[in-house]
Design a protein around this ligand. Structure first.
Ligand code: HEC
Ligand code: HEC
Length: 358
């Protein structure tokens, strides 16, 4: 009986200490309040700083690819808000993939991943690029063996997960933990939201235009971007056909749901640091933000699955297009530039550990 009580007591203390370590990690992490609490961390992959560090090593290590040339960071570079400047992603042996590399930012608040949202978690997502023959081209068994035989890794896994036996599950968990720390919340827009700086009149107008759905009849002008790129995160994580093509080559969400009403629908991505991540859209078709604004304002292509929020948005009574003025288009671009966070891209915690001085 006594032994049992001592055991229970020890277990209780362990849980208490473990939880307080967790909490202190989260506190030190300083999550931005204005992003809200709509996120969840998988119970079987709680954050810990050793796993985050391991995840960073793995993220930047080219040895995770079949020919030792490509790491996650080849396509997701810190100075480009974890994207690259290629139209379409390029994997091992210079193979061209299908889509534009996505920027990795504030993923903690995301619930579905990829342009078509086909992956439900970060732990699940990384298996795609690791094993895709056109991306990193690894076989899972080979990857586990390869890392087991690189002398730096078993001790790092031991520290992070209390075992030096490396498996794909733990690789994915560590990568996911590092990715959850990629938080960008220090742009000029954030400083305005937190009341640290005052917006200029033009900035105020730009913010309002971005988030307002126009009602021409009462002369309420708006660019309706916030209908899909809404909240301070600039994404509502919803799927839409934003009128790029009459007949989309890449059918997006339809591939997953098999519904023709989902044709050409993609995730409305976060626009954080968007000025750093050209070219734009899932196929990298637009080289700059001016072209993006021209698209939404003048070149929307009609189809059955075109989003109603876009189809009926206009600033002139009975108008067929968004009909922003030249100046208003510039205002929206000003707003998009306000989402650039230089402290995020320069954060030492996110840089290539293989290049950093010890
Ligand atoms: C060859 C370039 C390339 C490599 C290497 C690569 N990615 Fe990606 N990444 C992409 C592309 C392209 C997409 C979008 C693919 C799609 O939608 O089908 C993407 C999407 C993602 C997303 C989804 C983001 C979102 O907002 O939905 C995450 C997360 C991600 N990659 C993480 C990783 C990790 C972790 C690794 C390393 C294990 C990695 N990537 C390696 C090109 C790459
Ligand atoms: C109906 C929803 C919707 C509205 C309204 C909308 N977008 Fe988008 N946006 C999307 C979707 C979906 C994508 C991805 C489309 C794709 O690549 O196929 C996207 C992509 C983008 C991209 C490219 C992102 C990247 O990483 O390449 C930019 C920039 C952008 N939108 C800006 C805007 C601006 C500015 C407005 C307002 C003028 C706006 N959007 C209005 C849904 C919307």
């Amino acid at each position: 009986m006594k032994k049992y009580i001592v055991f229970c007591f020890c277990l209780f203390c362990f849980v208490l200490i473990f939880n307080s370590c967790q909490n202190s990690f989260l506190k030190k992490w300083q999550l931005p309040e204005h992003f809200g609490q709509q996120f969840s961390i998988p119970k079987d992959n709680p954050m810990n700083k050793d796993a985050v560090f391991l995840g960073k090593m793995l993220f930047f290590d080219v040895r995770l690819s079949a020919d030792n040339t490509i790491s996650c960071a080849t396509c997701h570079q810190p100075q480009k808000s974890f994207s690259d400047n290629n139209k379409i992603a390029i994997g091992i042996n210079q193979q061209i993939n299908e889509r534009n590399s996505m920027s990795l930012v504030n993923l903690l608040w995301n619930q579905n991943f990829f342009w078509d949202g086909r992956s439900p978690s970060l732990e699940h997502q990384s298996l795609h690029p690791l094993t895709n023959p056109k991306e990193m081209g690894m076989n899972i068994n080979d990857l586990e063996k390869k890392l087991q035989n690189i002398s730096t890794y078993p001790p790092l896994f031991k520290k992070a997960f209390a075992t030096s036996k490396i498996n794909i599950d733990l690789i994915a968990k560590a990568l996911a933990q590092f990715e959850r720390t990629l938080i960008s919340a220090n742009s000029r827009y954030d400083k305005i939201v937190r009341g640290e700086v005052k917006p200029t009149l033009r900035e105020k107008k730009a913010i309002q235009l971005f988030f307002t759905h126009p009602i021409a009849e009462i002369n309420l002008r708006g660019a309706n971007c916030g209908d899909c790129h809404g909240s301070h995160l600039t994404t509502l994580q919803t799927f839409h056909n934003n009128g790029l093509d009459k007949e989309p080559k890449d059918t997006g969400l339809e591939k997953i749901t098999k519904k023709s009403t989902d044709r050409g629908k993609m995730k409305a991505p976060s626009l954080r640091n968007i000025a750093l991540t050209a070219p734009y859209m899932h196929d990298g078709r637009f080289q700059n933000l001016e072209q993006v604004l021209d698209h939404y304002n003048e070149h929307i292509q009609s189809s059955n699955s075109l989003d109603i929020l876009i189809n009926e948005a206009t600033n002139i009574p009975e108008g067929k297009t968004l009909s922003l003025t030249k100046e208003e288009k510039q205002d929206i671009i000003l707003f998009l530039n306000m989402l650039t966070d230089s402290t995020f891209i320069q954060n030492p915690a996110f840089q290539n550990p293989f290049l950093q001085k010890k």
